[in-house]
Design a protein around this ligand. Sequence first.
Ligand code: ATP
Length: 234
Amino acid sequence: MSAILSLRGIRSGYDHADVLADVDIDIGAGAVTCLLGANGAGKSTLVRAIMGLTPARAGRILFEGADIAGWPTHRIVGAGIACIPEGRRMFPKLTVEENLRLGAYAKGGRLSRGLDRVYALFPRLAERRAQMAGTLSGGEQAMVSIGRGVVAEPRLLVIDEPSLGLSPLFVKESFAIIHRLNAEGASVFLIEQNVRQTLAISHAGYVLSQGRVTASGTSAALAADEDVKRAYFG
Ligand code: ATP
């Protein structure tokens, strides 16, 4: 499978300390690739490096052939990478549609097509487009937060811990949404701690421990890996 995004030798961190060392990851075009790892492993730091928020100190980030390491965030977003941050970040006092419009800010003119796509994916949001986002259920808020990433019609979606803080029912729903997005052609990089469900909907994955990739392979192979089982399935 060809990669839409390849990380090569990524080193990144804060102040005087490196958090990530020599990280190599390939995110398959049209696939769901996952990143697993315990609290503090460096997952968010890796997302920040991809999005140019905390630029990589060394290494290359190849997106469809271009090295985007060192690009400012707006240019990375403009090139077609959307990031859905952890938690259900949105503006509670704005309506559903206003929240979605903000997601398309970087894209300019093609908003109506993106909105149509989000409403086709989530008919429930279409019904509630004029409702204040803060009054939605947890699962509906998860849809708005994913919808904000989808509305800009990105080539790659980076989704950071979508299940964080959701009840089991909504966790299931949010994984179903990601599965469906991928079935419709989206390339997804999914950062999660919910190992079992993540491996069930992803094609390949990486395990990050203390800033290094310590295991990688197809999701089926990772699910069967003795070290991964010991560390994550108890
Ligand atoms: P979690 O699942 O808990 O969010 P994570 O895998 O995303 O964890 P990071 O947030 O990337 O881990 O943190 C990795 C390390 O970097 C931690 O030791 C953390 O304390 C440190 N760190 C994170 N953000 C900063 C920052 N802004 N300044 C300094 N150190 C930071």
